[in-house]
Ligand binder design. Structure first.
Ligand code: NAD
Length: 434
């Protein structure tokens, strides 16, 4: 914290926006130059397939720096001409200043991507950061520090502190009075603890939290597009994606066929080849406890439900089967709780009103994906589901300029484009009497 505060008094504080923007581009290039190191580090930490690291998680980490290198150059602020009784008037205009030292607390499910999604806009706005990566995935935050040094980011601007959360590095950081604001991605429960810590000193928070996301499939949807998207949304990254789908609602005429087709696709995933393990044995215990609960609550197990047999050299991993259930009540634990594993419950519906009520019947509000060829219905539904992000006929299609975040228990604030800049800067008004 001392290093970060000192950096805010050094050359970083007066660096021109254009130069900061160039530095962000250099960081992106630095990640690309050491691409293989980042891929290896993230694979070693998460166990996920190389292809996903190479095509999504690492390039998107670099892309975050490029996006904010651009957006910081186009920021405008408001101004007002104010009329006054003497007829001479006043001019009001706003300026943006960095918030200061930002605590960045990150999860393990997409370590570099989610961390840079915060660090890039924070640095673009001229702040200093202290990153606390997840204890499960420390590698790429450290590598990024090496890149920062290589490209000449001033000392103390990007700091990494490793350690656990409660009673450890995470709590120390969020409780430290020298930290001006805290941005966090992780579980809703952890967000509650961090918000309590942030209340001391009235520090600002930005939270991306858990989800229990829905996919809504109408019978008129393009079936191939829908199957591809829903399968990916349920099983990508072994189900460890905050935007992942754990509740699928399918219009009744399509229901049986849809379940059979998703089953076939789930069974074509090959653990150890195109399908990675869960992050840890501890997390597998949690997910398996939900697999057991589903059976106890009367689910039909369409596929999966257990641990796959693996060759001896891989047997120590936290492997788990992609799993589909049908037939559960709407208040069953696996239909209500965020599991964060490769699993979904598929349920039929008969009307738009019914499925809106079902989709909204959750304390979470992160995302939904609606599949239909009826455009009016798509727009109507998008307005009716209480979530921060709606996809129509797709999933996880991202434009980094758009607002990203959750409603209800899924988050506070929005990240992306100008919305990130709102959090990472303090807006000041200047009133000039003419
Ligand atoms: P987690 O909340 O267990 O941990 C996240 C981070 O918080 C870790 O670095 C951890 O060490 C730290 N931490 C834990 N307790 C803390 C405390 N009391 N004070 C300070 N720091 C503390 O989350 P996770 O298991 O790493 O990640 C999975 C969760 O993240 C899921 O709920 C998922 O939905 C959510 N997530 C949300 C988004 C989103 O954008 N909404 C994205 C990815 C993951």
């Amino acid at each position: 914290v001392k290093a970060a505060r000192a950096a805010m008094r050094g050359p970083w504080a007066t660096m021109a926006v254009e130069d900061r923007s160039d530095l962000l581009r250099a960081i992106a290039d630095g990640i690309t130059r050491r691409f293989d190191d980042f891929v290896e580090a993230e694979m070693a930490d998460t166990g996920q397939p190389r292809s996903m690291m190479e095509h999504a998680f690492i390039p998107r980490g670099a892309a975050n720096f490029k996006a904010f290198a651009d957006s910081i150059k186009g920021v405008s602020t408001e101004s007002f001409q104010t009329e006054t009784p003497d007829g001479k008037g006043a001019l009001n205009y706003a300026i943006r200043k960095p918030k200061g030292v930002i605590g960045v607390i990150c999860p393990w499910n997409a370590p570099l991507l989610l961390m840079t999604w915060k660090v890039a806009p924070a640095l673009a706005c001229g702040n200093a950061v202290i990153v606390k990566p997840s204890e499960e995935t420390p590698g790429t935050a450290t590598l990024l520090g090496e890149v920062m040094n290589e490209v000449g980011v001033p000392k103390g601007v990007y700091n990494v502190v490793h350690g656990f959360g409660p009673g450890s590095a995470g709590a120390c950081l969020t409780e430290h009075p020298g930290v001006d604001a805290i941005t966090f991605t992780g579980e809703t429960r952890t967000g509650t603890a961090i918000m309590q810590a942030a209340a001391h000193g009235l520090r600002d928070v930005s939270f991306e939290l858990g989800g229990k996301n829905s996919a809504i499939v109408f019978a008129d949807a393009d079936l191939d597009v829908t199957l591809e998207a829903v399968t990916r949304s349920a099983f990508l990254n072994c189900g460890q994606v905050c935007l992942g789908t754990e509740r699928v609602f399918v219009e009744r005429p399509l229901f049986d066929r849809f379940v059979a087709e998703v089953k076939a696709r789930a069974e074509s995933l090959k653990p150890g080849a195109n399908f990675g393990p869960l992050i840890s044995q501890e997390h597998r215990e949690k997910v398996l406890s939900y697999y057991a609960k589903a059976v106890a609550e009367g689910a039909t197990v369409v596929t999966g439900g257990g641990v796959p047999e693996m060759p001896a050299e891989l047997a120590g991993g936290s492997w788990i089967q992609p799993t589909i259930w049908t037939g559960l009540a709407d208040d069953a634990a696996v239909v209500v709780d965020e599991i964060f594993g490769p699993c979904c419950h598929i349920r039929p519906f008969d009307s738009e009103e019914e499925v809106i009520a079902l989709a909204n019947d959750t304390e979470y509000g992160l995302s939904t994906a609606i599949f239909t060829s009826n455009l009016s219905r798509a727009h109507r539904m998008a307005g009716a589901i209480d979530v921060g992000i709606t996809w129509v006929n797709s999933w996880f299609l991202r434009d980094l300029r758009t607002p990203f975040g959750g409603s209800k228990h899924s988050g506070i604030g929005r990240e992306g484009g100008v919305h990130s800049l709102e959090f990472y800067t303090e807006l000041r008004n200047v009133c000039v009497k003419l």
